[in-house]
Design a protein around this ligand. Sequence first.
Ligand SMILES: Nc1ncnc2c1ncn2[C@@H]1O[C@H](COP(=O)(O)OP(=O)(O)OP(=O)(O)O)[C@@H](O)[C@H]1O
Ligand SMILES: O=c1ccn([C@@H]2O[C@H](COP(=O)(O)O)[C@@H](O)[C@H]2O)c(=O)[nH]1
Ligand SMILES: [Mg+2]
Length: 218
Amino acid sequence: SLLDQAANGFKNWKAFSTEILKPAGGGISPKERTPYITFVLGGPGSGKGTQCARIVETFGFTHLSAGDLLRKEISSNSENGSTILNTIKEGKIVPSEVTVKLIKRAIESCENYKFLIDGFPRSEENRKTYERVIGTGPDVVLFFDCPEEEMVKRVLSRNEGRVDDNIDTVKERLKVFTTLNLPVINYYTGKGKLYKINAVGTEEEIFEQVLPVFASWR
Ligand SMILES: Nc1ncnc2c1ncn2[C@@H]1O[C@H](COP(=O)(O)OP(=O)(O)OP(=O)(O)O)[C@@H](O)[C@H]1O
Ligand SMILES: O=c1ccn([C@@H]2O[C@H](COP(=O)(O)O)[C@@H](O)[C@H]2O)c(=O)[nH]1
Ligand SMILES: [Mg+2]
């Protein structure tokens, strides 16, 4: 069935989407194109969300924050909601299957083909699960490199009412970042896919370093 094909991931995407989304004028619809995936990594408060908003504005990407998808899952009272909430409060990582399912669903339900996946993968296990379920890795990876004391300062002055923006959870998030997320960054460095951005400076100065990565999308 079409649903089974969809469950097989991007490998079947093209066949699947041409069946249900035939463009009226014979042109190529966004969903017929191979998706272009950017992973956006960096510690808590390094400015991923802030810079993603600018990339969306300038280059027309769709921003998928894994943290936002999980928070939406909590507020929609899903069966996993309370487990996700507790995990976020502790600064730990939600099981890969849960996060990958939300990302996959968001990509498949979007007309766009250019995506920023912000705050994911957070561990090698996350990364491998994504690659297994989706069938391919990202095209590029951005890493916002920021000193810990700057990240702590930003998170604690963010004021968005997040349950994890307190000193105890931030300490755990930093620990999780160093032990589990840095190996992912090293992996993509080895693959030649990583763009390291110095995340200290004004938003504008940081975006200046981001621009060349997306130059071909102008
Ligand atoms: N270059 C910057 N200089 C100072 N403050 C910044 C800068 N960029 C973003 N901020 C602020 O720092 C805070 C964290 O930024 P942002 O939410 O973009 O980080 P993040 O990497 O998405 O964090 P998290 O992983 O916790 O979601 C926000 O309050 C934001 O306004
Ligand atoms: O892939 C992910 C992304 C996020 N989490 C959990 O959510 C919080 C907040 O994430 P932000 O990216 O800072 O918005 C994070 O600390 C994790 O607890 C996750 O488990 N997996
Ligand atoms: Mg964020």
